[in-house]
Design a protein around this ligand. Structure first.
Ligand code: NAD
Ligand code: UDX
Length: 463
């Protein structure tokens, strides 16, 4: 069997871009991305895609309805596919055992049950969602217990390492493609079939074959190591502020050591995004379940440091503004969890906004890509406030950074959008209430120039 039809269950930040790139690189394969959300699928079929990723619009427009399809007809798409990606969300559980820590595998399990129920021919089922170690075993058990006679399944682990904002680039030039398989001849066969798909554009040397459990754990380990680097440099930023050292200089100094390397050493207001916190919580929970408390505590500290960093930054704003922000207007530049995405999941901006709103501040928010409705949804969520009406009265969402900063006391940079670097800060300064403050939570601005203009400048990891 050569794979000629792929079904991807889950048309989100992973399923959408991944399958668009597969469709582009494999014109001989029909790729159908399915989702239970009618709204998401109609957005994928519209002019305005549900997610913003540089380069993605062009690919979708070129491949859509050629060999790339977005559909809500899940069963039909599963039935005709040779290979099925499970690319659904695996959020942190919000109820029951493991609440607030374990990964919620309900959506993955539902996929497995549907696949078992409707499949009438053999399938390679590929776990692309990030899952706890040994999740593939549960998927296989569900498939094996519910399948029709003579239908065989192979389950592979093929975690996704793309980073939002650079997803297309990451998918086209992946550092590696990791495929874990069952250590049997059928498992090896399934590995080869999935490899053939990637070999259309990924060099063979970058395809890494492991056993299923190593593959699942590698995904959690990679995110844990990346998050750990950020918490490590953020911990140094605290020491810098206490001593007069400069964290950018420290980062450069350690990053030039080829054993450490320069990437992921940008001190910041804290890391956000849908993956790091969720996957670290999951790792900590797994360690606790395996009765490895010392290992659990070690990784929990990476998360604790991130909470501390977000709080430190928010508190610094209040302290600097003479210990009160009640009734003061504050501008937030950026709401997304990083630049080049409209995604706000676990964005540090939410934490900063919540702290300021709790203190009675009024917020003018500007982000080039986040939809106003999303900002309102995030800030009126029960985790953020028990008084949503008051929040709505206290925020203004702007589509222009100059208007957003007009007549405000301070600007807080929460996302490192390139456009914030090149704004006319002299013009902005003229229209702000004095003393005018800038809190650069991303260390992207020229602080000397801003100080010359007259701003009171505060940043991270530098006095
Ligand atoms: P997402 O929430 O953007 O998309 C998931 C989609 O799955 C949703 O549209 C949802 O409606 C759909 N879905 C859920 N259950 C379904 C079902 N039974 N049938 C059909 N559709 C269903 O999530 P995402 O960000 O794409 O992440 C997906 C997985 O990939 C997660 O496990 C995540 O940890 C992992 N991951 C994410 C990233 C990232 O940058 N976002 C990177 C690597 C890995
Ligand atoms: C991450 C992983 O990088 C990716 O491999 C995985 O597949 C999904 O999770 P993502 O969350 O999209 O990707 O973005 P990433 O670039 O890792 O940034 C995560 C957060 O860390 C952002 O809030 C970013 O601003 C912050 N960050 C990143 C820092 O604060 N400093 C850094 O040096 C790097």
């Amino acid at each position: 069997m050569a794979v000629t039809k792929i079904c991807c269950i889950g048309a989100g930040y992973v399923g959408g871009p991944t399958c668009s790139v597969i469709a582009m690189q494999c014109p001989h394969i029909k790729v159908t991305v399915v989702d239970i959300s009618v709204q998401r699928i109609s957005q994928w079929n519209s002019e305005k895609l549900p997610i913003y990723e540089p380069g993605l619009d062009d690919i979708v427009k070129k491949q859509r309805n050629v060999n790339l399809f977005f559909s809500t007809n899940i069963e039909e798409s599963i039935q005709e596919a040779d290979l099925i990606f499970i690319s659904v969300n695996t959020p942190t559980k919000t109820f029951g055992v493991g609440k607030g820590r374990a990964a919620d595998l309900t959506y993955v399990e539902n996929c497995a049950r549907t696949i078992a129920q409707v499949s009438t021919s053999d399938k390679i089922v590929v776990e692309k969602s990030t899952v706890p170690v040994r999740a593939a075993e549960s998927i296989l058990k569900i498939l094996s217990a519910n399948h029709k006679p003579n239908v065989k399944f192979q389950v592979l682990s093929n975690p996704e390492f793309l980073s939002e904002g650079v997803a297309v680039e990451n998918l086209l030039n992946a550092d590696r493609v990791l495929i874990g398989h069952e250590e049997t001849s059928d498992g090896l066969w399934a590995f080869k079939e999935l490899s053939k798909v990637y070999l259309n554009w990924i060099p063979e040397s970058k395809i890494l074959r492991t056993n299923t459990w190593s593959s699942e754990l590698t995904k959690l380990a990679a995110n844990a190591f990346l998050a750990q680097r950020i918490s490590s440099i953020n911990s140094m930023s605290v020491i810098c502020e206490a001593t007069g050292a400069d964290v950018s200089e420290v980062a450069k100094g350690i990053g030039l050591d080829s054993r450490i390397g320069p990437k992921f050493l940008q001190a910041s207001v804290g890391f956000g995004g849908s993956c790091f916190q969720k996957d670290l919580l999951n790792l900590v929970y797994i360690c606790e379940c395996l009765n490895l408390p010392q290992v659990a505590v070690y990784w929990q500290q990476v998360l604790d440091m991130n909470v501390y960093q977000k709080s430190r930054f928010s508190n610094k704003i209040i302290e600097s503004l003479f210990n009160t922000v009640t009734g003061k207007k504050i501008t937030m530049f950026g709401f997304a969890f990083k630049k080049d995405t409209g995604d706000t999941r676990e964005s540090p901006a939410i934490h900063v906004a919540k702290t300021l709103l709790d203190e009675g501040a009024k917020l003018n928010i500007y982000d080039p890509k986040v939809e106003p409705e999303q900002i309102k949804k995030d800030l009126t969520h029960p985790y953020v406030t028990d008084n949503p009406e008051n929040v709505i009265k206290s925020i203004e969402i702007h589509d222009n950074p100059y208007r957003a900063s007009h007549s405000t006391h301070a600007i807080v940079i929460c996302t490192e959008w390139d456009e914030f670097v090149n704004l006319d800060y002299e013009e902005i300064y003229k229209h702000m209430i004095k003393p005018a403050f800038i809190f650069d939570g991303r260390k992207i601005l020229n602080h000397e120039t801003l100080a010359t203009i007259g701003f009171q400048v505060h940043t991270i990891g530098k006095r």
